[in-house]
Design a protein around this ligand. Structure first.
Ligand SMILES: [Zn+2]
Length: 64
């Protein structure tokens, strides 16, 4: 994973920062560090992270 890469918010043209963000998925919520625009709050989620994390949550639900 490229952690040194800089992401710019396409709306505000400001650098996105890694911030602790709350996600909601399947009526569950979890916190994860995500790139967010400090100006408008838009979250950038890398596709692999989103996929991996969602699968994790799904697995947890199946185990119940
Ligand atoms: Zn923005």
């Amino acid at each position: 994973m490229e952690s040194s890469k800089t992401w710019i918010c396409d709306r505000c043209k400001v650098e996105m920062r890694l911030m602790d963000t709350q996600f909601n998925y399947l009526k569950r919520s979890f916190r994860h560090k995500a790139l967010r625009c400090p100006s408008c709050g838009q979250v950038y989620i890398p596709e692999d992270l989103a996929r991996g994390r969602m699968r994790e949550v799904e697995k947890t639900l199946e185990d119940k």
